[in-house]
Design a protein around this ligand. Sequence first.
Ligand SMILES: Cc1cc2nc3c(=O)[nH]c(=O)nc-3n(C[C@H](O)[C@H](O)[C@H](O)COP(=O)(O)OP(=O)(O)OC[C@H]3O[C@@H](n4cnc5c(N)ncnc54)[C@H](O)[C@@H]3O)c2cc1C
Length: 477
Amino acid sequence: MYDVVIIGAGITGTMLARDLSMYHLRIAVIEKENDIADGATMANSAIVHTGYDPEPGTLKAKLNVAGARRYEKICHDLSCHYKTVGAYIAACGEEEEAHLDILAKRAEEREIPYRFLSREEALAEEPSLSENVTKVLDFYTTAVIYPWEVAIACMENAVNNGADLFLNCPCTGIEKLEGSYIVHTPERDLITRTVVNAAGTFADQIARMVNEDPGFVIRPRRGEYYILDQDVKPVNHIIFPVPTAAKGKGVLAVPTVYGNTLIGPSSDYIDEPDDTGTSAEGLAYVRKNISKTLKNIPLNRSIRTFAGIRPASDHSDFIIEEDAKNPGFINAASIESPGLASAPGVSRYIINEFISKYFVLKEDPEAVHTRQADPVLNELSNEEKNALIAKNPAYGRIICRCEQISEGEIIDCIRRVCGARTVKGVKKRVRPGMGRCQGGFCEPLVLNILARELGISPLDVVLDSKDSNILESENRK
Ligand SMILES: Cc1cc2nc3c(=O)[nH]c(=O)nc-3n(C[C@H](O)[C@H](O)[C@H](O)COP(=O)(O)OP(=O)(O)OC[C@H]3O[C@@H](n4cnc5c(N)ncnc54)[C@H](O)[C@@H]3O)c2cc1C
């Protein structure tokens, strides 16, 4: 019997799994997709918001501040990227300047560092600011991460501490017993004392498996983006417009940890909780709105567009509570932005408020808190590269020319705990296909490496989900 079964391997579920794995508990994470972090955690702005924006008194405010404070150490311990770039909130005119004062007051109360910049001071740092911008509020400790890297690393850390991960394992039903639950999936039933529903845009469907009226409905909201080539760097900081109640944080420019720039997102309610297609209207909205705060953004240097779906709901706050009729069944729902930044706070909150009611939480002295990353060729000096290649020539064979990724790095990411099993899984972990050619050259090579490493036919290698095979048949023996 498990102590905790977590449904969903996004940042909420994996962060919780990692934190729980520090205690003497039996934990399982089940994920309907073929990899960790395939939902909202895969497609977002990647910002560790410091917590100045959420309304006072909300869980969002409390857990964003708490989560952001833990992030740098977590990334350090797990060898994940964490880059402090700073965030400019760019006001256009007196009315918006007044809103900057509200945000600064919230920041003051939450002990978040900030400073005001005049138009001239801000322009000296960000020459692309538009003529409209009159004043800037700078949250200079704001950082960007690689969101799915953190989720994968958390899960790996949890598995190394004894947690079980089941991929391709959708929860199809939940049965309540006396003091426990059975979580049904097509291939196995898991018996557990407590369940945490961290199923993102599907959280209401899971909640209804135990309570016909769980008190909330997910209203998925899509955000579309452009990704610009690494060669163009229109901004040095994250540039936000002043947030509004209707459209949230608005259309931003975000310098990512790998040097690409994100421009987006749009904000549109959609019917399907997993419809990540982009649309002409969504991208037109992004183009129009970015010009409010920035000029001359080189959207013609976009290498890709993509969309992510916010697990928003009919409530404005996060919903993190035990189901009213089902003790031990905990919903972590409506985790829209700043859900990524808040995840370490959400996790601690779930443990302190709910899990601790059911178990005497004793830290496991043998639990490991850290994770070593594999070598990243691009981040090494020539001497270090040469030494590595001398030991293993696979590091000398470049597979992805755009991002300069070697065969050795791809093999490493397949062989790791929670390693890649799909072409997209390799792309998420070590980035072949993330560059200008978007996999045009390297995808067949990655496919063959996967087939060889996994001991399967190239025909059985999938792009992403379990039936997304790339090759149809052999045409040459
Ligand atoms: C456009 C956009 C921009 C954003 N920008 C930011 C930002 O800059 N900073 C920030 O802090 N936040 C941001 N967010 C919010 C952040 O991405 C989310 O809050 C966070 O990723 C939610 O994580 P999660 O684990 O709760 O959900 P998800 O990542 O969606 O994970 C839920 C998981 O549950 C799985 N699942 C669903 N149903 C089942 C089932 N039946 N059985 C098993 N598994 C199931 C799904 O496959 C999925 O993997 C943004 C979101 C979007 C969409």
